[in-house]
Design a protein around this ligand. Structure first.
Ligand code: 5IU
Length: 271
């Protein structure tokens, strides 16, 4: 599948967050997002510092950190994001009505909107979920001058997922009608094209999880494809967790390997 360069897409995209991401990818020559699924602040921060130079985005599940505190977990993570020029993506998978997600986004102990550039969102509740999140984001964007955006869960990598066909199409329709959406979590770009499209599709950012080299699953439903397969299906950024930070891995060595695999796959396809 032929594609335009990240630079060209950064210049044309009307969504400033998506432009920023394409620019970071082009500058750092990395379309790798590492999923930091660890349970202590020390591990999180060490990996963010060690792997920061090799990624465009770090994905977090902040609610699995045992010793979480805003001051000792988030503040240093934000400093590292400036040091290494990466964005932070909290894989929160919001799934409630607009009013509830608004508070889940800006309140509680995590105050996700203050530090996460991207968050994941389910389409199940309907478009009010995007309006609620956008309401929480507006004052923060104003105050700190950073952009915020949602990635809608168009497709999952796990076996038996119910997110396909008409459901996926419904998510894309919802995304089209909201400026808060930056793109999708999907297994292929094709899935994010509307079948009945009258307006030109936006240049969505596509992130693909379920990527690993030399392994097909994890015994809990995860289904892996290689970086090359993800890129061939039109992904912009591969998301890798245990392939890089698994217990038996050397994270820096693996990050370099996955980054190279995904970047070379991109270079093969550019116009
Ligand atoms: N993740 C998936 N598949 C999905 C979605 C999210 O694997 O469809 I949506 C998350 C889960 C985990 C990471 O945090 O991405 C993948 O980790 P591993 O590379 O360790 O399987």
């Amino acid at each position: 599948m032929m594609r335009e360069t990240y630079e060209a897409r950064a210049a044309k995209n009307s969504n400033p967050l998506v432009s920023d991401i394409f620019r970071i990818i082009a500058e750092k020559k990395t379309n790798l997002c590492v999923s930091l699924d660890v349970t202590t602040t020390t591990k999180l921060l060490k990996l963010a510092d060690d792997l920061g130079p090799y990624v465009c985005i770090f994905k977090t599940h902040i609610d699995i950190i045992d010793d979480f505190s805003y001051k000792s977990t988030i503040e240093p993570l934000v400093e590292l994001s400036k040091k290494h020029n990466f964005l932070i993506f909290e894989d929160r998978k919001f799934a409630d009505i607009g009013s509830t997600v608004q508070h889940q986004y800006d309140s509680g102990i995590y105050k996700i909107v203050n530090w996460a550039h991207l968050v994941t969102v389910h389409g199940v509740p309907g478009s009010g979920i995007l309006s609620g999140l956008n309401l929480a984001a507006e004052p923060v964007v104003q105050k700190i001058g950073q952009h915020r955006g949602a990635l809608m869960l168009a497709q999952l990598s796990s076996k038996g997922s119910l997110a396909f066909g008409e459901y996926t199409q419904g998510c894309v329709q919802m995304a089209n009608e909201s400026n808060f959406v930056a793109g999708f979590i999907a297994q292929s770009r094709e899935a994010t094209k509307l079948k009945s499209e009258s307006v030109a599709s936006r240049d969505w950012l596509i992130l693909t999880p379920g990527v690993a080299i030399g392994i097909t699953g994890d015994g809990l439903g995860q289904q892996y494809k290689t970086p090359e397969m993800a890129m061939e299906r039109g992904s912009d950024v591969i998301i890798v967790g245990r392939g890089i930070i698994g217990d038996d891995k050397e994270p820096i060595k693996e990050a370099i390997r996955y980054r190279e695999a995904a970047w070379n796959a991109y270079l093969k396809e550019i116009k």
